[in-house]
Design a protein around this ligand. Structure first.
Ligand code: SF4
Ligand code: SF4
Length: 444
């Protein structure tokens, strides 16, 4: 469906936005938990390697784990305190993962010392990318891909346009919205760093039409005819997915299995851009991130600047919950992951915490029925796949046929098919299992 007058992509869905509880809530600082638990693998790629021993006192902002090679980033202490232990902790998927436990020092001022800055005017592109890695910056929209790797333009390719993703199409989440309103200068400075690092000549900030205040606020600070513009897009899920953004804004299709740079585009989340603009001039690293804490079961919903490593249990106790909790999503309910327990902690990729009680969960997990061949899932899929056929093959565990004949690996698990299915078939869940099986089978 094409919305009149606004750019968008074909197919997709319109889930209830559920943003009104927090979109006007200014960002507030969250307190330190008595013990922070920092997984070493908070990003895609190789986990960080601890460089501070158990029992060592550390300063807020100090590197406590170093990057393990290029496809990795360091980890900075979110608080002044002491390394209590280096030991496994529960990860989001339920497996134990290596981690650093840090005990914040009570009553400390928690000031962060500035380190070696990366000056925009004199730094080379390579120096900017190195500074982004040194700051521990990864994609804050949820993917947690190391940003310096993502922004590196391969030999023989040219970045023509940088798309700054402020679409935030996922229901419930309002962190990017608040960042655009409250950290405009950081966003714009971050864009200047990224333009210089990548050689892109123009940047387009993509904002969905349900955030007109953010679009107007950004536009008010732009030079007419300058390299940065703001585009307002139709409100539709998953508008914020990279391929959908590129299609809507540049009318270019990223070929299957390729990255956006194949069509001259680079995408970066707006909050990631703001962190680049906030941290690089001071030589600091990421120690906290903005998180929308919301959902029917949360009492004090809002947008909070939360120290990395804050335990989920502490976070929910602090904002208050009502009734018995059933499901807690990290990220939104469409593409986020259900937390395996409340003993996990918030990491750099956690954009939201959405908590549901038992009654809400019962309503959202109805019984499944056989496929009635209505075709709604086919009309919804933004990748033009046939989810009904894929679902049938998944039930028969015909994973090879799904991949070879039905483009399973093009599915990016947006959940549109499951959302529209009147038979309530767990389509996207079965595609996740199938993709994992294909990847495992193809591993050398
Ligand atoms: S989850 Fe996959 S198959 Fe389903 S709509 Fe999204 S891209 Fe298409
Ligand atoms: S939406 Fe559900 S019931 Fe309809 S064709 Fe797709 S899988 Fe079958």
């Amino acid at each position: 469906m094409k919305l009149p007058g606004l750019k968008t992509f074909r197919h997709g869905v319109h889930p209830p936005e559920q943003k009104s509880d927090t979109c006007n809530a200014p960002i507030r600082q969250f307190p330190f938990a008595p013990l922070l638990a920092l997984p070493l693998g908070q990003h895609l790629g190789r986990p960080s390697v601890p460089c501070a021993a158990e029992g060592t006192p550390v300063q807020r902002g100090q590197v406590i784990a170093e990057a393990d090679g290029d496809f990795s980033v360091p980890l900075h202490a979110p608080a002044t305190g002491r390394i209590r232990r280096i030991a496994p902790m529960p990860g989001i998927a339920g497996r134990m993962v290596p981690a650093i436990y840090l005990e914040p020092q009570p009553g400390s001022t928690q000031e962060v010392a500035d380190a070696t800055p990366c000056p925009l005017e004199t730094a080379t592109p390579d120096e900017i990318l190195a500074a982004i890695q040194a700051a521990g910056i990864v994609g804050l929209g949820g993917a947690a891909f190391p940003t310096h790797v993502k922004l590196r333009v391969p030999e023989g390719r040219v970045a023509d346009a940088l798309i700054v993703n402020g679409a935030e199409c996922e229901p419930y989440l309002t962190t990017d919205h608040r960042v655009m309103l409250e950290q405009r200068e950081d966003v714009l400075l971050g864009i200047r760093y990224v333009l210089k690092a990548t050689g892109a000549r123009r940047a387009i900030v993509a904002v969905e039409a349900n955030k007109p205040d953010a679009a107007a606020h950004l536009r008010a600070a732009l030079d007419p005819g300058g390299p940065v513009s703001v585009e307002v897009l139709g409100v539709k899920y998953p508008q914020g997915a990279e391929k959908m953004l590129i299609q809507a804004l540049l009318d270019r299709a990223v070929p299957p299995g390729e990255l956006p740079i194949a069509v001259g585009a680079l995408c970066i989340n707006v909050a990631t851009c703001a962190e680049i603009g906030r941290l690089l001039p001071r030589g600091r690293g990421i120690q906290e991130r903005i998180v929308t804490v919301t959902g029917p079961a949360v009492v004090r919903k809002g947008n909070y600047r939360v120290p990395i490593g804050t335990p989920l249990r502490f976070l929910l106790d602090h904002v208050g919950t009502q009734g018995e909790l059933s499901r807690v999503f990290l990220g939104g309910p469409m593409m986020g992951a259900a937390a395996s327990s409340l003993d996990i902690s918030l990491s750099k990729g956690t954009s939201g915490v959405v908590a549901f009680g038992t009654e809400d969960a019962r309503a959202s997990q109805p019984r499944s029925y056989p496929c009635i061949r209505c075709g709604y899932c086919v009309d919804a899929c933004p990748m033009f796949l046939n989810p009904a056929q894929l679902g049938l093959l998944a039930r028969n565990e015909a994973f090879d046929r799904m991949a070879d004949d039905h483009h399973l690996m093009d599915c990016f698990e947006c959940g549109c098919c499951s959302f529209v299915c009147p038979s309530h078939l767990p389509l996207v869940q079965s595609f996740r299992v199938a993709k994992a099986a294909v990847r495992k089978a193809n591993k050398p």
